[in-house]
Write a protein that binds this ligand. Structure first.
Ligand SMILES: Nc1ncnc2c1ncn2[C@@H]1O[C@H](COP(=O)(O)OP(=O)(O)OP(=O)(O)O)[C@@H](O)[C@H]1O
Length: 543
């Protein structure tokens, strides 16, 4: 009979709770005391002892823990196994887990559920054995601190696997690199390496291919040595809605670009066979507002590639550039915009005008690295990508192809040059359909004629089409805008012609005046020498 049970042989429910609470409290106290006062080596012994009681000395599993670091090697290249594990483990979520996170971007079709992997063990089963995952190390924050606490409490978690976590307690400090620890019975080592890890890589690739949320990484602002990744700041979801459907481009050009991309992603074997890095370079050029950035986003959305926006002005040294490049993932686009605005990338033989032909001031984009030249940058990218990159695209954009360093324009340097120009009738129809949902309208004919007579960018048309949801209002506004634009262009042209005429006249007058001036000042009209030869009258002599 239990104390406090009265005449009954079973404890009451409230008594049961009391016993349970006391037992749990006692266990917690013991655990805390062990963790605080018992040295690690003694704890290992206790864990082994308890494990042998559970399993018997012979049957106790010998667990093995392997570390999968976020970055590999001294250069800090992304470890594909780590990336794959991160993606894969989100499929192992159960509602009882701690740190569940829900998110949804405007682009996602459904709510994404992920889990804070630092806060717990995630169990998995493969074929006939079990494995346990946990993320440790990295940035010092509360969640990593809590994961470190778990390392120090093996008795509270999976006695069979505990001693592996004691292998190197010092490694678990908060400054250690972020990594996954994968723990399993060592007899399955071969299966893990040969089957389980390849299975995770494949599974993660399938998941990534199906996932439409792309990332835009920027090299701007973040400190590459802060430990938050090698030089590329935290990625933000790329929510640029541009796709090949929404892009106002001539259909042939659109098809050409899509075919080129398809061909590129299909040709892994070809690149391996010819011993070339699997990469492709595009130079997008054209006036502002013709859709260069929109095309980059459409390409990323089409291929499901992340975009790394490399801001050259933030690059201070070659080692930083190297670090940034090494931080880029496979299946990604490296974007370098407005390459002509970077003084180092310009053709130095061209005059440094203050304004471009579109009336826009040149943005002073000076790399902080005086050693960085265009050919240096290109060689660097080639070298790094040849050795460690796969399935990469590099895109340069410029408003001024004519001002670029010829090194970039040399045949074979960029694989494809794409000219984005002023809008044409098919492009306009795409925008009208996207913005106003109209496929046909009585003003279309007039608008198409006006577009032909003007140099109008898709950005300008898009702005007019957004004025009202009422197609009549927006299209009438567009007609007026185009008419004004044509009148204005005509006026500017006349003004320029007038100016040119006046300049020509001035030059002629100056030329006519020059000999007179020379005579007046007593200078030779050919060589400019001031002293006339002896016996020559200053007003009329020549050497
Ligand atoms: N070809 C296009 N198709 C659809 N929309 C476009 C196109 N070009 C421009 N736009 C619209 O104009 C906006 C600005 O265009 P975008 O930034 O892509 O031009 P850009 O050529 O990159 O300009 P810049 O040279 O100034 O960087 C886009 O957000 C989009 O709304």
């Amino acid at each position: 009979m239990f104390p406090g049970m009265g005449g009954s042989s079973f404890p009451s429910t409230s008594m049961m709770f009391q016993y349970y609470a006391s037992f749990t409290g006692l266990m917690m106290m013991i655990t805390t005391a062990i963790n605080t006062y018992v040295p690690d080596q003694v704890r290992i012994y206790i864990v082994k002892f308890v494990r042998n009681i559970f399993y018997g000395r012979k049957n106790a599993p010998n667990t093995l823990t392997v570390a999968i670091k976020e970055f590999q090697g001294a250069g800090g290249v992304h470890n594909q196994v780590f990336e794959a594990a991160e993606t894969y483990l989100n499929t192992k979520i159960s509602p009882t887990m701690k740190g569940l996170e829900l998110s949804k971007s405007a682009k996602d079709k459904k709510v994404n559920i992920s889990v804070n992997k630092r806060s717990q063990y995630i169990e998995d089963e493969f074929e006939d054995f079990k494995l346990s995952w946990r993320m440790v190390g990295g940035i010092s924050n509360s969640s990593s601190a809590s994961s470190n606490r778990m390392i120090r409490q093996p008795m509270m978690h999976r006695p069979g696997y505990s001693d592996a976590f004691f292998q190197d307690p010092a490694e678990s400090n908060e400054e250690s690199p972020t990594r996954f620890e994968l723990t399993f019975d060592e007899k399955h080592y071969g299966k893990v390496v040969e089957s389980y890890i390849p299975y995770i890589l494949k599974k993660a690739k399938d998941l990534n291919d199906a996932n439409t949320t792309l990332k835009l990484w920027s090299s701007g602002g973040s400190d590459p040595y802060s430990g938050r990744g090698p030089g590329v700041g935290g990625g933000v979801n790329l929510q640029h809605p541009s796709t090949f459907q929404t892009l106002a481009l001539d259909p042939e050009l659109k098809k050409e670009i899509i075919d080129d991309l398809d061909r590129f992603v299909r040709r892994r074997d070809f690149y391996t066979k010819v011993g070339k890095a699997w990469k492709r370079g595009y130079l997008l050029y054209g006036p502002p507002g013709t859709g260069k950035s929109s095309l980059v986003a459409a390409m990323a959305n089409y291929l499901n590639f992340d975009v790394y926006d490399l801001e050259l002005t933030n690059i201070r040294s070659n080692s930083q550039l190297r670090s940034v490049l090494l931080g880029t993932k496979n299946r990604s686009i490296l974007l370098i915009e407005d390459i002509d605005c970077s003084a180092e990338m310009r053709d130095r033989s061209k005059t440094e005008d203050q304004f471009d032909e579109y009336g826009r001031p040149y943005r002073a984009k000076q790399s902080r690295n005086p050693d960085l030249t265009l050919s240096g940058l290109l060689n660097f990218i080639d070298g790094i990508w040849s050795s460690c990159g796969d399935e990469r695209i590099i895109i340069f954009t410029t408003n001024h192809k004519d001002k670029l360093d010829p090194a970039l324009l040399r045949p074979g340097r960029m694989d494809k040059h794409i000219h984005l120009s002023y809008i044409t009738a098919p492009g306009f129809r795409i925008l009208a359909s996207n913005y106003l949902s109209v496929e046909e309208h009585h003003l279309f004919g007039e608008i198409e004629e006006l577009l032909q007579a003007s140099q109008t960018t898709p950005a300008e048309v898009a702005e007019e089409l957004m004025v009202s949801d009422d197609a009549n209002v927006s299209l009438t506004g567009l007609v007026q805008f185009l008419k004004r634009k044509i009148v204005e262009a005509k006026r500017l042209k006349e003004e320029e012609a007038q100016k040119a005429l006046e300049e020509e006249k001035d030059q002629k007058e100056t030329k006519d005046e020059e000999p007179k001036k020379t005579r007046k000042s007593g200078m030779c009209s050919k060589c400019g020498s001031i002293k006339p030869p002896p016996g020559v009258i200053p007003a009329a002599w020549e050497c």
